[in-house]
Design a protein around this ligand. Structure first.
Ligand code: ADP
Ligand code: MG
Length: 344
């Protein structure tokens, strides 16, 4: 029986950011591929025999999945979501991730909305039974959505009745951080983690060169370009791969604008965030996608603790100045205009 896990989404998406690597020397390579958080994941590590460590990293990710699933009755998030307004004790990791999520919600003025689940469900994204809810239904559901009403005191979480938390926007990023830390603590100094398109690299490639990570073309099957980076996380969000289409061919994607209760419709096709921490990349790729181009650029100017590549619906690339030198545009996309975002 298919287990529906809502911390990721419904059907397998092609990876938004793909790792396109070629290794000449695979002698010391260990890798594991598995399905978790409703997506395909792979971890590849180099040096020594990392097989056992990779299995343990995988177990860690599965453990986090078990804690954060919205549908698994034994998960912590399930307990929080069904506590009828009563406080619920959660683990250190869940409390840490929720603290982080609420902080980004605040900084993005609610573009990151970890309580959007009831609206997401109404559109059918959690079951693949897609439908277009009417305005009244959306208005009523939005009453159950408000990160400001989540109260967290140390490890005790309390929601208003009928509210629900969903870590779909940032759980994979956080999982990549936990797995990275575990691998590094166990001596891995070169690895590539691909958690359903949430990419994390440990160190450089075994030959000392940068990893080559493709940034997907939101309109086609290839990449618009390649990032050459080390020791970094890279995460992309967009509404072009997990979506449904209505009779008129209009697309509805799985990232919801919390101000309207509708799938995001703006001038962006995709947002790629590049930073040390996977959790920051994952949270910001989703929320800056909600914000649209101008607000995303304003946000970057305010914080500047990450880099980003935005692809707009008119086929232009907006890239922060630091990362530009690490980005090579694909030969098939040389006609795309590149705008460099500067600090001003
Ligand atoms: P993916 O999970 O495909 O990598 P994202 O990281 O962008 O993509 O997360 C999208 C998921 O986040 C949705 O499937 C849903 O579970 C949840 N979500 C949708 N809209 C929002 C939002 N505005 N804020 C927070 N979470 C959201
Ligand atoms: Mg995200």
């Amino acid at each position: 029986m298919k287990k529906i896990i809502a911390i990721a989404l419904i059907f397998f998406s092609m990876l938004l950011t793909s790792a396109c690597y070629n290794f000449n020397n695979d002698a010391n390579k260990s890798s594991t591929d598995f399905f978790a958080m409703d997506t395909y994941m792979s971890i590849t590590a180099y040096g020594g025999n990392a097989d056992k460590i990779l299995q343990q990293a995988k177990d860690q990710i599965k453990r986090l999945e078990g804690m954060w699933s919205v549908t698994d009755k034994s998960s912590e998030i399930y307990a929080v979501n069904h506590s009828n307004g009563k406080p619920t004790e959660v683990s250190e990791e869940t409390s840490e991730l929720l603290t982080f999520a609420l902080d980004i919600s605040e900084k993005t003025s609610g573009a990151l909305e970890p309580t959007i689940y009831p609206v997401l469900s109404a559109w059918g994204f959690t079951t693949e039974q897609y439908r277009i809810p009417n305005d009244r239904e959306i208005k009523n559901l939005l009453k159950k959505v408000d990160y400001k009403k989540v109260s967290l005191s140390e490890k005790s979480v309390q929601l208003k009745p009928e509210m629900m938390i969903d870590f779909g926007s940032l759980g994979k990023g956080y999982a990549s951080d936990i797995a990275t830390e575990f691998l590094q603590d166990n001596g891995v100094s070169s690895a590539l983690l691909d958690l359903g398109g949430n990419i994390k690299t440990i160190g450089a490639k075994p030959d000392g060169s940068d990893w080559k990570l493709g940034v997907k073309d939101p309109e086609g099957s290839g990449n618009v370009g390649v990032l050459s980076v080390s020791d970094i996380a890279v995460v992309t969000s967009g509404n072009y791969e997990r979506y449904f289409t209505d009779r008129d061919g209009k697309k509805y994607g799985h990232i919801i604008d919390p101000t309207t209760g509708h799938p995001v419709e703006n001038d962006l096709q995709s947002v790629t965030i590049i930073a040390k921490e996977g959790r920051l990349c994952d949270a910001l790729s989703t929320s800056l996608f909600v914000m649209g181009l101008d607000k995303a650029v304003d946000y970057w100017r305010q914080y500047q603790d990450f880099d980003m590549i935005l692809i707009t619906d008119d086929g232009e690339i907006h890239i922060t100045e630091e990362i530009k030198s690490k980005f090579t545009i694909d030969s098939d996309h040389k006609n795309m205009k590149i705008n460099v975002i500067t600090a001003k």
